[in-house]
Write a protein that binds this ligand. Structure first.
Ligand code: NDP
Ligand code: 2IT
Length: 448
């Protein structure tokens, strides 16, 4: 889609020229600038006071060497990143991703989107993201531990509970957060809430593990009900079988849906009887195995190598929960042809721009990642609150906060879209509502 504003168009050209060979970052910025064109038209001060130019430039990027020794005694060297994108409304907050595909452009796209997502939660958190091109797959416990310790030995200089609070993302779960927190505590000699997603015995919050997947379904439920639909009786396809996918499957099932497919980076399983989530959890959370093993336990289930065709399975609701650009224009057309009426993004930027355009043109209800998956980081902020209070809330208390946050978020995004003449367009609504709070704080600070 074109940016309907000359200044923002020029800004987009400068972003591309100043950040060459970072297509994911360009894609994320382009989408936001398209949404913000009517806002800057009504509020030229955001351009005049430099807010737009500052918004697309990270406050700070830290890039570092991560050396570690593998089990064979060989020295390995990975790259570490932390992009501290925007601290206008709170300390930088966002996950760490360990995956071989990580480079600066991925961390920048994720950090940029995190600014708006975190603002949308209504909680005081700025935007940041980090990670490494380290691949945890096939590594021993000892190798993962030594890598995490080396990573934190550099990162600890730049983070803190009032400065920057990392958490998990792809390849970083409870195990990795434990190793990272242990090393931070040792280096700093401080026990504080510098990371979220911690274990329950050392400051973690109940319901953080479930929060992104649950929040995704709470958001989707709001969107469906506002349009006379619901999860009850719906057939659902979910990509991924990691943290977000597993708890999205659990909540969708609790809300009355039947989840018939899940995937990993090698392929997908289709189980017409409904996914056996206990088995998925055992294979993925405990044994760290491939999803292909599922078929051996359920004879009616089919395993297909490759990820793309998962979107050809007929469903009413699709929840992409694996990675960026995993659902393209062709996949969107297949979903539409099969009668899919809602797509909610659990992963960050899983739908390509062509897919989003096709879904919206066909009036498929579309919940964008920044809004739909914000329940994870919102619950991270609740973990920070509990750490500051040196207190714990029950699972039910945290879950109630999460539900309310996702409902408020849906309302705010819908209202912002309607206010700027784009009723029902939650992409625009989420971008605008997330932007306004950050932009007003930036205006208040002057040029800093
Ligand atoms: P996990 O590492 O727990 O799971 C990732 C899942 O996605 C795995 O099934 C993985 O398969 C699959 N996957 C990863 N990369 C690819 C790829 N390139 N192609 C196909 N499949 C892939 O991560 P999360 O569940 O935490 O994260 C999933 C998505 O949700 C990401 O986009 C993340 O940014 C986003 N997200 C996560 C939040 C959180 O709280 N954890 C919060 C908000 C968003 P395999 O095991 O084979 O690699
Ligand atoms: O993309 C995300 O919002 C996350 N990976 C969660 C970040 C967090 O700080 O909990």
């Amino acid at each position: 889609m074109m940016i309907q504003d000359a200044y923002l168009n020029g800004l987009m050209e400068r972003v591309i020229a100043r950040n060459p060979a970072e297509p994911e970052f360009h894609q994320a910025v382009q989408e936001v600038l398209v949404s913000l064109a009517p806002v800057v038209e009504a509020h030229p001060e955001y351009i005049k006071e430099g807010v737009m130019d500052c918004l697309v430039e990270p406050e700070r990027i830290i890039k570092f060497r991560v050396p570690w020794v593998d089990d064979a005694g060989v020295v390995r060297v990975n790259r570490g990143f932390r992009v501290q994108f925007n601290s206008a409304i709170g300390p930088y907050k966002g996950g760490l991703r360990f995956h071989p595909s990580v480079y600066e452009g991925i961390v920048k796209f994720l950090g940029f989107e995190q600014i708006f997502k975190n603002s949308l939660t209504g909680l005081p958190i700025g935007g940041g993201k980090g990670g490494s091109d380290f691949d945890p797959k096939g590594k021993s416990e000892g190798e993962v531990m030594r890598f995490c310790q080396s990573f934190m030995t550099e990162l600890f200089k730049y983070i803190g509970p009032d400065t920057d609070v990392p958490a998990g993302d792809i390849g970083v779960g409870g195990r990795e957060i434990g190793y990272l927190f242990g090393q931070y505590k040792r280096l700093r000699n401080e026990f504080n809430g510098v990371l979220t997603g911690k274990g329950l015995s050392y400051g973690g919050s109940l319901a953080r593990t479930e929060a992104t997947g649950y929040g995704l379904c709470y958001f989707a439920d709001n969107m469906l009900k506002a349009n006379g639909r619901s999860f009850e009786g719906a057939t659902v396809v979910i990509s991924g079988s990691g943290n977000v996918a597993i708890y999205a499957c659990q909540k969708a099932t609790q809300l009355g849906a039947k989840v018939v497919a899940m995937s990993d980076s090698n392929g997908y399983i289709y189980d017409p009887d409904g996914i056996d989530l206990d088995l998925i959890k055992q294979l993925k959370e405990v044994e760290r195995k491939r999803i292909s093993e599922y078929a051996a336990h359920h004879p009616k289930a089919q395993y297909h190598a490759g990820c793309r065709d998962i979107w050809k399975i007929p469903c009413h609701i699709a929840l992409p929960c694996a990675t960026q650009n995993e659902l393209d224009g062709e996949a969107a057309k297949a979903l539409i042809a099969n009668g899919c009426y809602a797509v909610a993004e659990g992963a960050n930027m899983p739908c390509t721009p062509e897919a989003v355009d096709a879904l919206q043109a066909a009036s498929v209800l579309f919940a964008p990642a920044k809004a739909a998956n914000a329940g994870g980081v919102a619950t991270s902020a609740l973990e920070m609150s509990q750490n500051s209070m040196r207190f714990y809330w029950t699972f039910e208390e945290v879950d109630e906060h999460l539900k309310r946050i996702m409902t408020d978020l849906y309302q705010n995004a819908s209202q912002a879209a309607a206010k700027y003449g784009m009723e029902g367009n939650l992409v625009a609504g989420a971008n605008i509502a997330g932007f306004l709070k950050v932009a007003d704080a930036m205006l208040a600070y002057g040029v800093v």
